[in-house]
Design a binder for this molecule. Structure first.
Ligand code: ATP
Length: 297
């Protein structure tokens, strides 16, 4: 197997007495999208800034594209693209001027790709928040980076702009770009990422391929308990049944299809309607909350 694009072992980062990253191991491979998730203050930004070569770790080993990103920052910079949370463009320049300032040449195709072609003569200060985020992304990909860091690239975007950004990201992946994404939108990670790590208080709480991480959590069936019925009247199910005070029944099961089959067969025989019935595999939202509960407990 080829060397990983990012290889981190036993990484620790301190701010004075406070240790923000506490022994992180992770690897990101060529062509994959790796999502870094975690609550506010979990250490994502600190970790990403270390990967970008902006800060030296206090302990541990970091290799990005085969080199130490802090010591060899110039080499890393030429091969990576970064989309920061906050960008600072000169407000009076137009979109086309900013792009030209960034990199000489004709960038019509890229402007079109990010749906900014019709805005090329508009001043940056007149762009909407979503258009500004797209301009950020455009500048980051202009140099065709091998490795792209996306820090909350869709925060504040409407659903359509978010979809458009996702399409651009998928296009970059198809071209072989390796991407590290930090996001608070779990559905964004679920939809785009191959692998992920959830950070909690500076440590990796969960990591792995998205499919495996999701498969490790039970699926859920939920419905309103029919009026007048005791929860004990439900048929035997493989999963755990929780009757919530709201009257909702939730079944957490590793045998979704079998339990659903039993439940629906029973409801049919009894002539019962299970109002607001839902059945679904675990989402990253479930994984995220389960992580928090385990850690708090
Ligand atoms: P968010 O989701 O809010 O962006 P994060 O996961 O990116 O959070 P970091 O910004 O890496 O988290 O912060 C990790 C911890 O380090 C937090 O407790 C934060 O308060 C602390 N921290 C960050 N920067 C500094 C600093 N310059 N000096 C001291 N402590 C800091």
């Amino acid at each position: 197997m080829r060397n990983p694009v990012i290889d981190v072992a036993a990484l620790r980062c301190r701010y004075g007495d406070f240790e923000a990253v506490r022994g992180v191991d992770l690897q990101v491979h060529q062509g994959e999208l790796f999502a870094l998730l975690g609550t506010n203050g979990a250490g994502k930004t600190t970790l990403v800034e270390t990967l970008e070569g902006l800060r030296a770790p206090s302990a541990g080993r970091v290799r990005v594209l085969g080199v130490d990103p802090f010591r060899d920052r110039a080499a890393i910079r030429a091969r990576t693209g970064v989309v920061l949370q906050e960008s600072g463009f000169p407000p009076d320049l137009t979109v086309a001027e900013v792009v030209r300032l960034w990199r000489r040449g004709d960038h019509r195709a890229e402007l079109a790709r990010l749906d900014l072609a019709h805005r090329r003569d508009v001043r940056v200060k007149q762009l909407s928040g979503g258009e500004r985020r797209r301009l950020d992304l455009l500048l980051a990909v202009l140099g065709r980076p091998e490795l792209l860091f996306l820090d909350e690239p869709t925060t504040g975007l409407d659903p359509e702009s978010r979809q458009r950004t996702w399409d651009v990201v998928r296009g970059l992946l198809a071209e072989g770009t390796t991407i590290v994404l930090t996001t608070h939108y779990l559905e964004e990670a679920e939809s785009l990422a191959h692998r992920l790590a959830i950070l909690h208080e500076g440590e990796v709480a969960v990591s792995g391929a998205v499919v495996d991480v999701l498969a490790a959590q039970p699926a859920r069936i939920s419905f309103d308990l029919p009026a007048g019925l005791d929860v004990l009247a439900l048929p035997m199910l493989a999963g755990d049944v929780v009757h919530e005070p709201s009257g909702r029944v939730e079944v957490r099961t590793r045998q979704l299809q079998d339990d659903l089959d039993v439940l629906l067969g029973w409801a049919r025989r009894e002539g019962l309607a299970l109002a607001r019935l839902r059945a679904h595999h675990a989402s990253l939202e479930d994984v995220f909350h389960a992580t928090r509960q385990v850690r708090v407990a």
